[in-house]
Design a protein around this ligand. Structure first.
Ligand SMILES: [Fe+2]
Length: 345
């Protein structure tokens, strides 16, 4: 069964019954049940290392979407202990829906900087990614664009591509602009970028780079890890050409820094294996797991001092916007309204 088929059948099952985590008997340390938005190849080796260390067996269901709805439907009967996810906006949805519980852990407090975890321990960041500007290295000169705010300059009219504003990455970026400059400035930004779009927002982050390669636009916004994913794509080598057509700009280096986001984890409200779930998240925040977890998807470790993957290091050091991510997450609903008012779909 492929991963895709598996997710589809699990999603179907979730509408009729509480999902079960059937499998071989638990190891000595008991078990922990995960729902993961993250793909299996990214995390399986880490989970196996955790089991080896702790004797705790990890059962995972890989789900692309619908985890929140599933947890809400399952309620107290839910067998899930922890959720692994990408993006602060998704973590916020879980907190709002009350599907996560507060966790206090000295290990997590020591390993994860405060701006990358929930104030009451309802989620913890595990890897960091930056949302950067990329531009054609043939049609845009180095230094021509250095800030998110530059994207509203009329000189870029008809030259910018982005994915839909409905995506969490776009919502979180605009929320970071509200946090930095207020709602009016954020509205001007959304309207200004919309006015410069080369085409209706569409596709994922990589599709924007492809569009630059094809000459459809000159400037785009993407998450950093896609640069590594494209440069090293042996399965679809044409993506190496897409990546070779762009230069990367870490925006706003002379002021607030580049907007960053996280992948993270939360302990489920009705976790039956709470202690094991916390132990797993602590393991994922350790030096040992951090370098591997970050490198597996060309991300930055959340724990300071952990070495970066050579590909990631090749993009250079940068200043990150250190605004508390929870504050940014709380502004996401406002960001949605702003995109709507701008007619930015
Ligand atoms: Fe992504």
């Amino acid at each position: 069964m492929t991963i895709l088929q598996k997710s589809t059948s699990l999603a179907a099952a979730a509408t009729v019954a509480v999902a079960t985590f059937a499998g071989p008997a638990a190891a000595n340390g008991g078990e922990v049940n995960l729902y993961s938005y993250r793909q299996e190849f990214l995390i399986r080796p880490l989970l196996d290392a955790f089991t080896k260390d702790s004797g705790i067996k990890v059962n995972v269901q890989y789900v692309k979407g619908g985890i929140l709805k599933r947890m809400q439907a399952e309620g107290e009967d839910s067998a899930v202990d922890a959720v692994l996810t990408a993006d602060i906006a998704t973590l916020r949805q879980h907190v709002e829906a009350d599907t996560f519980q507060a966790v206090k852990s000295d290990v997590l407090a020591a390993n994860i900087p405060a701006q990358y975890r929930h104030p009451d321990g309802k989620w913890f960041g595990l890897t960091v990614r930056a949302r950067v500007i990329v531009h054609s290295n043939a049609r845009v000169k180095p230094g021509e664009i250095t800030r998110y705010e530059d994207l509203t300059d009329p000189k870029w009219k008809g030259r910018i591509c982005t994915r839909s504003s409905g995506h969490v990455y776009m919502k979180s970026l605009l929320a970071s602009i509200i946090a930095a400059k207020g709602e009016d400035a954020a509205q001007q930004w959304a309207s200004g970028v919309k006015a410069n779009l080369a085409r209706k927002p569409q596709g994922n982050d990589r599709a924007q780079v492809k569009a630059i390669w094809q000459g459809e636009c000159d400037v785009a916004l993407i998450n950093t890890y896609y640069i590594g994913a494209m440069r090293h794509n042996e399965a679809e080598p044409v993506q190496k050409e897409w990546a070779a057509a762009i230069d990367v700009v870490f925006p706003n280096q002379d002021d607030r820094g580049t907007h960053v986001n996280i992948s993270g984890a939360g302990v489920a409200k009705h976790a039956k294996n709470r202690a094991n779930a916390i132990r797993l998240i602590e393991f994922l925040s350790s030096d040992k797991a951090q370098s591997y977890y970050a490198a597996s998807n060309y991300e930055y470790p959340v724990k300071p001092g952990v070495e970066w993957d050579p590909e990631v290091a090749s993009w250079g050091k940068f200043k990150a916007d250190d605004t508390d991510l929870w504050k940014i997450a709380e502004l996401v609903p406002q960001a949605v309204l702003i995109y709507d008012r701008a007619g930015y779909r």
